[in-house]
Design a protein around this ligand. Sequence first.
Ligand SMILES: *[C@@H]1O[C@H](CO)[C@@H](O)[C@H](O)[C@H]1NC(C)=O
Ligand SMILES: *[C@@H]1O[C@H](CO)[C@@H](O)[C@H](O)[C@H]1NC(C)=O
Ligand SMILES: *[C@@H]1O[C@H](CO)[C@@H](O)[C@H](O)[C@H]1NC(C)=O
Ligand SMILES: *[C@@H]1O[C@H](CO)[C@@H](O)[C@H](O)[C@H]1NC(C)=O
Ligand SMILES: *[C@@H]1O[C@H](CO)[C@@H](O)[C@H](O)[C@H]1NC(C)=O
Ligand SMILES: *[C@@H]1O[C@H](CO)[C@@H](O)[C@H](O)[C@H]1NC(C)=O
Length: 429
Amino acid sequence: MVARNQNMVAITWGASVKFSNVQFFVSLLLAVFLVTAVYIAREYVTFNMIPVALDVTFSSSVHESDQCNLFSGKWVFDNTSYPLYKEKECKFMSDQLACNKFGRQDLSYQYWRWQPHHCDLPRFNATRLLEELRNKRMVFVGDSLNRGQWVSMVCLLDSSIHDPNMKLMNNTGSNLIIFKALILINFVGWISDEMKGYNASIEFYWEPLLVESNSDDPVNHRLPERIVRTQSIEKHAKVWTDANILVFNSYLWWKQPHIKVLWGSFKDENGICKEVENLRSYEMALKTWSDWLEIHVDRAKTRLFFISMSPIHEKAEEWGVSSDQNCYSETDLITKEGYTSNETDPNMMRIVENTIDELKTRGVKVEFINITQLSEYRKEGHPSIYRKQWGALSEEQLSNPSSYSDCIHWCLPGVPDVWNELLYAYIFQ
Ligand SMILES: *[C@@H]1O[C@H](CO)[C@@H](O)[C@H](O)[C@H]1NC(C)=O
Ligand SMILES: *[C@@H]1O[C@H](CO)[C@@H](O)[C@H](O)[C@H]1NC(C)=O
Ligand SMILES: *[C@@H]1O[C@H](CO)[C@@H](O)[C@H](O)[C@H]1NC(C)=O
Ligand SMILES: *[C@@H]1O[C@H](CO)[C@@H](O)[C@H](O)[C@H]1NC(C)=O
Ligand SMILES: *[C@@H]1O[C@H](CO)[C@@H](O)[C@H](O)[C@H]1NC(C)=O
Ligand SMILES: *[C@@H]1O[C@H](CO)[C@@H](O)[C@H](O)[C@H]1NC(C)=O
């Protein structure tokens, strides 16, 4: 082993703050039409930098071919290769997603591998991805589902950065949260690349409707009505436009029959506000988003990905269980091939596809990561009651756990790790 020189300094990207003191709050609201459940999450994450050692054994290694559809396949129980990291060992884990920590005893949700029908997923190699991201920025832009995928990505990468001084989490206090794999400067003598560090930035940007809305505050977005400025994106987009990899999502926040669309600014009293049918407003927002990408993104530098709709499991009758139940207490997968909840809106998926196709004709490529079908099978993958509760629960709620179950987000380790394996496969395609 090479002794590290005293002079080495980790670049801390700005003001030096002791990692162990860095704490941050994130909160979330997700209101879903037909569901009426409102989840307010306030995350409190502390960073006690304990080095992580992770034993992971992998099985598959076959490369995909261009013809192979990675999204068509089945789940295979695999408790030797999975989970890809351990919940307790990822110190950046979110209390919203740490199901075991909050009492879930059945851990089978951690042990499923996605097996495409005609090929294998490449195995996730965190070192390889960090090397790819060296001196680069990858930004996840979207809602809490996308944030869950970002947390998963951070945990996947974190496990291969062994030195706690070489990574940093920075909640900037705005819509942006940054995980950085740091680099060393001022060192003398030979040192391995891993010890030198990566200078890679893996970020999440809160922007649930992709365009400006009254729900843009990362903490306080619990509002009686949703108002969206479908024409305006620059306030947010200027923060992420220059990233090397952009991973977008936006879906659930649009799932209500109508959305108020505002022409004018939130401050301008003469603005015009109108209720617009949700699909139409979604289309308008994606148009603004795609126009921005066409004009502002450097095509030679930036790769673009869009994560498809994340399905919910709010109605157990859809899989043959009594009607007042939901994902609570589920431990098995749905085995019916092609199962799709009727809560999942194929029209919205089509709008995204059309937007992406149209953008392609303008010379901008957005890669579509189709996680919808594979996630439909995973009714047991949600936190249900096993997550941090942000308010006190009433007697009535406690006596009926389904009533406060979160059947929207996903436990980690779990389903979003597989979304990241798919993203990984595309990045190296
Ligand atoms: C966190 O990010 C903010 C905004 O980019 C920056 O001003 C601050 O210096 C950063 N803090 C650390 C510890 O890097
Ligand atoms: C997503 O993947 C599933 C499974 O392969 C497929 O049935 C569906 O048509 C795909 N959807 C889109 C919009 O590509
Ligand atoms: C994996 O699952 C099998 C079948 O449930 C069980 O017998 C075995 O002990 C498990 N192995 C590990 C490492 O958990
Ligand atoms: C992971 O990637 C790194 C860098 O490309 C490579 O050196 C290493 O052998 C890979 N690990 C495995 C297990 O394939
Ligand atoms: C670190 O990466 C950023 C891009 O994210 C780049 O601007 C900067 O020059 C890099 N720093 C070093 C020391 O290479
Ligand atoms: C969805 O499916 C359930 C149960 O199968 C059914 O009762 C309900 O009417 C369906 N909803 C829609 C919007 O089709």
